[in-house]
Design a protein around this ligand. Structure first.
Ligand code: UD1
Length: 423
């Protein structure tokens, strides 16, 4: 597994000529939830196509600290076994490494009747509350208390199915409550559930483990609780955010890329907006081909829950719009602080003003290489994309954020024609 070292720096040569073919890796957000689901059974769960990224490493360490076994098999698959779980208390230093880790709570509570964890870490992209998770557990009969820095959920007699309303269709909240509900007594209805493709994939995986979930893909999930789940073998879906990032790389540089395995059938919002900029995109059974064109047309967008344009692609798309002809308006409707990338792009010459959750981008402005920071995983992707299009050399600090979410990044960048050096 890769080592998690903070810091790190990329030196990126600008005016990259992008071309060739890149295979899209397994989806970070699907892999992390699927790993947590392994806590629901004492049998082996084998996950194929789990990306080699540091968020996977830190969650693997967390699962091991609970007593689970996690190992990479010779064929690259991840084998998890939670038969030896010895504690349901997540160590704070590991929980704080990424937000997905709080999703150990639901499976632990559902299976063992007890779970404790500090609030999760992850990107600094605004307030990331967990009230939806906790009120779901409480609705099913758990008693949740705050003890010091930790949230402790207790249901010694087990959880009871009920009707759970999610105040916001939180992705990890839906997954957490759903993983608790599959082992609850009776029937649970989750109203206002998240419908993201990764949530749907988790539902299918849980059903393969014996769970009874219906309404998959809708905002209303119906779950009949069962007594025990079995192991399974599942394949992690390709990462729509990674695919989207490289599609934008092709367009911002006026290049072209074939994105093997790109899950274009769950990327409608992005493809619609990229085509509106003038890009040509063709899709087929093996993936999708993206070709940028000049001039890039300005487009406005809102970042929304699925099937809207993913908030994780807001910053990368914002970088693209600095090269578009005209004024573009961006509204962020999911997180309240997705604008970290704006200040970094401005250092490179971009004309962007942000006001709260909106940004106005005027373009095209020539970007020039300078020293910038990857402030979170997607803000990091935005400066990386800008660096590819810029004149001169850009130094990007704190690229450990990019390693959290992008597999084999150096190799992929070089394959597509970016001159990059890691220092
Ligand atoms: C997941 C993804 C992340 C993506 C996000 C939105 C993982 C590991 N991460 O994050 O990449 O950007 O979905 O698609 O899967 N909220 C509440 N109360 C809660 C929980 C969330 O109000 O209890 C609000 C948040 O403040 C935010 C919004 O819901 O405004 C979306 O958050 P959520 O869907 O929970 O995102 P994550 O699951 O953390």
């Amino acid at each position: 597994m890769t080592t998690r070292v903070r810091g790190g720096r990329y030196i990126v040569r600008g005016e990259a000529v992008i071309g060739g073919s890149i295979r899209v890796s397994g989806a970070k957000n699907h892999a992390l939830a699927a790993m947590c689901a392994a806590l629901l059974t004492d049998e082996d769960v084998i996950l194929e196509n789990v990306p080699f990224i540091t968020d996977v490493d830190s969650l693997a360490d967390l699962l091991r600290s609970l007593g689970a076994r996690v190992e990479r098999l010779a064929d690259g698959a991840l084998r998890l076994n939670a038969s030896g779980v010895t504690t349901c208390e997540a160590p704070t230093e590991l929980i704080s490494e990424n937000r997905a880790s709080f999703q150990v709570m639901g499976p632990l509570l559902g299976r063992h009747g007890f779970a404790a964890s500090a609030p999760p870490g992850g990107d600094v992209i605004g307030q990331r509350p967990i009230d939806v998770h906790l009120s779901g557990f409480e609705a099913m009969g758990a008693v949740v208390t705050r003890e010091g820095e930790r949230f402790v959920a207790r249901a010694p007699a087990g959880l009871t199915g009920t009707r759970v309303f999610m105040d916001y269709p939180s992705v990890s909240g839906t997954q957490n409550v759903m993983m608790a509900a599959v082992l609850a007594r009776g029937h649970t209805t989750i109203v206002n559930a998240a419908t993201e493709p990764e949530v749907q994939e988790l539902c299918h995986m849980l059903n393969a483990m014996g769970a009874r979930i219906s309404g998959i893909g809708s905002q209303m999930l119906e779950i009949d609780g069962i007594e025990r789940l079995r192991g399974t073998r599942a394949r992690i879906m390709p990462d729509r955010i990674e695919a989207g990032t490289w599609a934008i790389a092709a367009v911002i540089t006026g290049g072209e890329l074939f994105l093997e395995d790109a899950p274009w059938d769950v990327m409608d919002a992005l493809l619609h907006k990229l085509r509106a900029t003038g890009a040509t995109i063709t899709t087929g059974p093996r993936g999708m081909h993206v070709r940028g064109s000049q001039p890039i047309r300005a487009v406005s967008f809102q970042a929304l829950p699925y099937p809207g344009l993913a908030t994780d692609l807001h910053a990368p798309f914002g970088a693209l719009l600095t090269q578009a002809n005209g004024v573009s308006i961006i509204h962020e409707r999911v997180f309240d602080n997705r604008m970290l990338y704006v200040s970094e792009l401005r250092k490179m010459g971009a004309e962007i003003v942000s006001t709260g959750s909106s940004a106005i981008v005027s373009g095209p402005t020539p970007l020039h290489g300078t020293r910038v920071r990857a402030l979170d995983v997607r803000a990091g992707a935005a400066v990386l994309l800008a660096a590819m299009a810029a004149q001169g050399t850009t130094v990007i600090d704190d690229i450990y954020h990019l390693d959290r979410g992008y597999e084999h990044l150096d190799d992929k960048l070089r394959t597509m024609g970016v001159e990059v050096e890691r220092a």
